[in-house]
Design a protein. Sequence first.
Length: 402
Amino acid sequence: MTLDIIESELQKPSIFKDESKLSIDYVPPKLPHREQEIRKLISIFRAVLENPMSISRKVVITGDIGTGKTAISKFFGEKILEYAKKRGLPLKYIHLNCRKHRSTFVLLNTLIRALSPKFPERGYSHDELLSILRGILAEKNVHVILTLDEIEYLIQFNRQDAQELIYSLTRLYEEEMNAPQRISLILISRSDAFLSAFDESVLSTLQPSKIHLEKYTEEQLFDILKDRRDMAFYERVVPDDILQMIAEIAAPRGDARYAIELLLKAGKYAEQEGKTKVIPEHVRKAKSETHPAVRKEVLRDLSKHEKLLLLALARKLRKSEQVYLTMGELEELYRILCEELGEKARTHTQIWEYVQNLEKFGIISKRLSGRGMRGKTTLISLPEVPAEILERELMRELGISE
Ligand SMILES: Nc1ncnc2c1ncn2[C@@H]1O[C@H](COP(=O)(O)OP(=O)(O)OP(=O)(O)O)[C@@H](O)[C@H]1O
Ligand SMILES: [Mg+2]
């Protein structure tokens, strides 16, 4: 029986040549329609490339969701490394995501460990970490181009710490005369509003160059999709007019991630149905199952219990017609879910922290109860995202079958 199942599944035609080319972390070898921006980035770093220790550069990259901010900086990083290797230049590129590493403390530790993998996990203070960083950079004699991606989250989690981190990184070699410069910064955010969270002193040491990425047009999305199709699918599986259809759906947002996700999901539907071709109905299904506000990597990077709490919320809001749950109701549902799954439920204080985190990530919203309810309690709702889609994605993330 089991073998039959395996065999009959394997006999279905495979339409994917390499599905990983559509995964969220994949950076393609070509980034159509971003050549100019990448060239600009390189030209900003020209002096660093010519003489790595002579100067430090700061850049802010902004642009809406899915406009290629992460992709162009990682692409730039790869090219820099290749170039540095070829020329024997002491340059390193390190890319850290501030949504994933939620405090300056974790960020600094991760940065140090990226440079010196054996660095012990001990409770050093911020200042100690900085001097350790300075020491390691000097010892290795390198210049690091550090990207802090989604920096708005660092500020949301702790504005003061974020400010101190940026300030100290920009002034790492302030006290020494003619000291070699060993760190450059690329800060990435949807908008440059985060800069207004910084004091004048930080802004004046930062003075970044700016690169803004416009939303992709329908034609540009089509080109991006075409490259990915050729890498991910066998020939003739996805005709051009299907790509056109996806580009048209994603165009109002100008979001390449959404477009690529639709292509992947449409392919998955075709595969499930044992078809050798993707048809418009697969795209329509993919569209109804995908919400551009549910970013897979955001869900992926939540802690397990944040996922469980969110799942408890999504499940209840899908089944009931309630607009929101009270904090008490949510906590209760979360405890039941934990029990079902044999997980040890976290404490009230931790749950409260999860709720605050989920709000910072823009997934849930919370407010205090007003009139008509006894006492004050926190009300939690899901304003943006269909509960059903969220529930399905979370179950997939947590490895729970339906
Ligand atoms: N010009 C491009 N060519 C090919 N693929 C691209 C291009 N721009 C973006 N992509 C792809 O689209 C997806 C989204 O891009 P990316 O992650 O860089 O967006 P982002 O601007 O960082 O979005 P967010 O603000 O949500 O972090 C990625 O899979 C990326 O590889
Ligand atoms: Mg990004």
